[in-house]
Design a binder for this molecule. Structure first.
Ligand code: IPE
Ligand code: IPE
Ligand code: MG
Length: 243
């Protein structure tokens, strides 16, 4: 049973409740391959189990009241992996989209796929376009970053602004031209898998994000771990350069 409890009558007193300071959490879902290897299984198996973790964690984050959840599913650099692994990840994506088409009612959020989707197959793109029309009655947003790179996103934003004829831009113009325009900047970026880097994720949006690293491999992440992230967030003091 997760420790976090949004019911104020029964919530443990030491468990902070989400408020306007913590609206958006982002995850670098890393460690699927190592998780599988530790079990003598192919990396693809780790991605399959990781996708189940992804669903569980996203639903939990939405339940506890995050207004936006952003997950890094496939980077612009991940194409460097062996074709069999890339194909397996795209297959998992396809099954996930099929599942969403059937079971979207389990989710209380809208879906956004962020990144350069132009390189995906027409069949995947068609499913993504459809899934993005679902659950419009909800405010909460789940951003799934696919063929996403922070540098590519910023470059895309500049090209969009240039095409609009802008010759000088403001920070606000750039933020509004990013894929995350609807959900804004993450308050916390979590990376599982033990590596201490950002790997080209949300470079612009990360300016003042709290960073949280855990050695846990992504498939092992639980709702209780999210509770711990929430507690950790509320123990920090964000100064934004002030005092
Ligand atoms: C993250 O897990 C998922 C993707 C990058 C698609 P990895 O596949 O990077 O797993 P490790 O880091 O090799 O264990
Ligand atoms: C980051 O993980 C990308 C995703 C989780 C989708 P990687 O495993 O690709 O990152 P590096 O290669 O360790 O930096
Ligand atoms: Mg990795």
């Amino acid at each position: 049973m997760p420790l976090f409890n949004k019911d104020p009558k029964t919530a443990a007193p030491e468990t902070p409740r989400l408020d306007e300071h913590f609206k958006h959490i982002a995850f670098i879902m890393d460690g699927n391959g190592r998780w599988a290897k530790k079990r003598g299984m192919p990396r693809e198996y780790g991605h399959k189990v990781g996708s189940a973790t992804f669903k569980k964690i996203c639903i939990y984050c939405c339940d506890v009241g995050f207004k936006a959840v952003t997950v890094y599913a496939f980077s612009t650099e991940n194409w460097k992996r062996p074709k069999a692994e890339v194909d397996a990840i795209m297959g998992i994506l396809d099954s996930y989209l099929e599942e969403l088409k059937r079971d979207y009612g389990q989710y209380h959020n809208r879906f956004r796929f962020i990144g350069d989707l132009s390189v995906l197959t027409p069949a995947l793109r068609e499913k993504i376009t459809y899934v993005e029309t679902l659950n419009q009655e909800y405010d909460q947003i789940l951003n799934i970053a696919l063929n996403y790179g922070g540098r590519a996103e910023i470059t895309h934003a500049f090209n969009t602004l240039a095409a609009e004829g802008k010759t000088a831009v403001t920070e606000e113009d750039i933020s509004n031209a990013l894929y995350t325009v609807e959900s804004g900047d993450p308050d916390m970026i979590v990376r599982t898998g033990g590596d201490l880097r950002i790997s080209n994720f949300l470079l612009w949006q990360a300016a003042y994000a709290e960073l949280y690293f855990t050695d846990k491999l992504w498939p092992d992440l639980t709702p209780e771990d999210v509770d711990e992230m929430i507690r950790d967030f509320y123990s920090r003091k964000r100064r934004y350069g002030g005092l």
